[in-house]
Design a protein around this ligand. Sequence first.
Ligand code: NDP
Length: 285
Amino acid sequence: MTAKILDGNALAQKLRAGFKTRAEALAAQGARPGLAVVLVGENPASQVYVRNKVNACAQAGFHSEKICYPPDVSPQAVLDKIAELNADPAIHGILVQLPLPKHFDADAVLEAIAPEKDVDGFHAENVGALMQGQPRFIPCTPYGVMKFFEDAGIDLRGREAVVIGRSNIVGKPMAMLLLHAGATVTVCHSQTRDLLFHTRRADVLVAAIGRPRFVTAEMVKPGAVVIDVGINRLPGGKLCGDVDFEAVKEVASAITPVPGGVGPMTITMLLANTLEAAERTLGKM
Ligand code: NDP
């Protein structure tokens, strides 16, 4: 079997096609969608992510602001800026690029963002709303993954879904979304005793680990849908996922590549959340 490749670039393009029209309609009513991205420090990967997000905003006709701080900035200066952005009517979404330097309390920073502008969906209020099945903003990466299932017509009801990784950004919200979609969900992590036992019975396997080619073909049930969230940079500079793509595509029924899979969908869902935030300010939703 050779798996169907779930093309994140194509799906992102399809979803983004309508964004510009929605943005212009909002702009005509005085609410051009606006996203503020806060970057602290000089992490090269974070710089690339932030640049991509700002560029995506420009392409979709959004207003965007990039606020950069040196790595030794005081946390209070960042909190003050967030308070300012919370009150700024031109800004509908605020995103603080993670990870933050060690002298920051990342939770305190995320909690400082007004929940109605928290387009990453990381504020405790939004995490709670997601848990209750009434999400205000769905975290962008797992939201993008759900769009793959929707677009490919993959019904999750009654399926065995296994998520490897339990981070607040990917693993946990991913598990919650799969659960709400009717899957039976297992979340694995570094202390899971028999990972192979779990992965081999997964109809849907989501890898969010951060280890290059960690998921091998023998870990995958024939015919499974495999979603690779991982982004790893190999010594030569090439990107690769958490899944051994070449081997696993011969076993799976569908698989996302890296690059060109989940990555473009994450930014797309960030735009979608920002649009929704702007639309809500007009009482349209
Ligand atoms: P974290 O480092 O926060 O979480 C990694 C998870 O993997 C942890 O829960 C950890 O377990 C688990 N893990 C590590 N080693 C093993 C192992 N040997 N067996 C089983 N589980 C293991 O990473 P993130 O969730 O933030 O990101 C995961 C990956 O996804 C990264 O490659 C990241 O770059 C990528 N990413 C991609 C995005 C995209 O847009 N495509 C967006 C966000 C992230 P434990 O909790 O026990 O330590």
